[in-house]
Design a protein around this ligand. Structure first.
Ligand SMILES: N[C@@H](CCC(=O)N[C@@H](CS)C(=O)NCC(=O)O)C(=O)O
Length: 317
């Protein structure tokens, strides 16, 4: 299914500017292609809602032109938009207490389909990361999280040598997030929030994707029951908490009832309050409507529903 087909914007409308030529782009796009279903349903900018980056001591906004330029602030530059996949990077760097630059890949201008961005990620989707010190770029959120943890030798994803069992556990769940939780939540959001809002209520698709998304959320709830929390693997936060959080937190937007998933609810509450996750969710800007009450007001939700759906056309058969 082509996501571009859902966008009311023509691919050609993408501005032909922006990123300086990457000297090398590490293409990881195909392996995790399933996650492309993370739907742009939740991804496009609303022109009518205030979009202001949150306050972070570690984050610095830069322009596309500066993305490859070395900087004393950080070796890394995140190319992101305010979506479940985009937020993974700020949350990661906030959790690592590691300074990072970021620049907005503006979906409102279709910049994710610009020639310059496609050179970094031929899949035309955020996030992507530039590591100026090693002169490489990498796309696909799972590959990015792995790369940063590995490069900074972070315990969020222990190396094979340090802890083989935990290493494999993290990898297994990370790949599950990008191939199952993300796409199922994305499709559920698309059919519930975009297609239905536009008068195309497709009960068959809604039932299929809502059920699958619910099953994935139940897996997280079960895992938390087994680990006894407060994190997915017990006492220590991991890269999997980082990867899963924004998607699971969007159960409201995906219209999945998690009322009976008490472990999941406790974990979400805990991470919503954890400073690194809380701050990460505001870079490049916050979209509280995805998380529903008590994190969003009715006005937030009403504004996001209209604005988000307005960015899409329904594909014609
Ligand atoms: N498998 C990719 C999925 C990336 C993805 O789908 N990104 C969405 C935002 S959440 C996107 O860039 N959508 C823009 C578009 O489809 O044009 C990953 O994990 O990074």
């Amino acid at each position: 299914m082509s996501l571009e087909a859902f966008s009311s914007r023509s691919v050609c409308a993408a501005p032909a500017k922006l990123l300086p030529k990457p000297s090398r782009a590490v293409a990881c796009g195909l392996l995790l292609v399933l996650n492309c279903c993370c739907i742009s349903s939740v991804c496009f900018a609303s022109m009518s809602i205030a979009r202001t980056p949150g306050a972070s001591k570690l984050a610095r906004q830069i322009t596309f032109e500066e993305a490859w330029k070395s900087s004393a602030h950080s070796r890394f530059c995140c190319l992101i938009y305010a979506t479940q996949n985009g937020w993974k990077l700020p949350i990661l760097f906030e959790e690592l207490h590691y300074p990072y630059d970021w620049c907005l890949v503006d979906f409102g201008k279709n910049e994710q389909k610009s020639t310059e961005f496609l050179r970094i990620n031929p899949n035309g989707r955020i996030p992507a990361l530039i590591d100026r010190e090693s002169n490489v770029a990498v796309a696909e959120s799972g590959a990015i999280l792995e790369y940063v943890c590995d490069t900074l030798k972070s315990n969020l994803l222990p190396s094979k040598e340090a802890n083989l069992e935990k290493h494999l556990q993290c990898k297994q769940w990370l790949y599950w997030q990008v191939s199952a939780l993300g796409p199922m939540m994305g499709q559920s959001m698309y059919f519930n929030r975009i297609a239905a809002t536009k008068g195309e209520k497709d009960s068959f698709s809604i039932a299929r994707f809502s059920k699958e998304a619910e099953r994935c959320l139940q897996m997280l709830d079960d895992q938390l029951a087994e680990s006894k929390g407060p994190f997915l693997f017990g006492d220590e936060v991991s890269v999997v908490d980082v990867a899963c959080f924004a998607y699971a937190a969007s159960a409201y937007w995906a219209c999945i009832d998690i009322g009976s998933m008490l472990n999941l609810q406790a974990w979400l509450q805990h991470l919503h309050e954890r400073p690194s996750f809380k701050t990460g969710l505001t870079i490049p800007f916050a979209r509280p409507a995805f998380f529903g009450p008590p994190w969003a007001t009715e006005a937030d939700v009403a504004a996001e529903i209209g604005a988000n759906a307005a960015q899409f056309t329904i594909p014609q058969k």
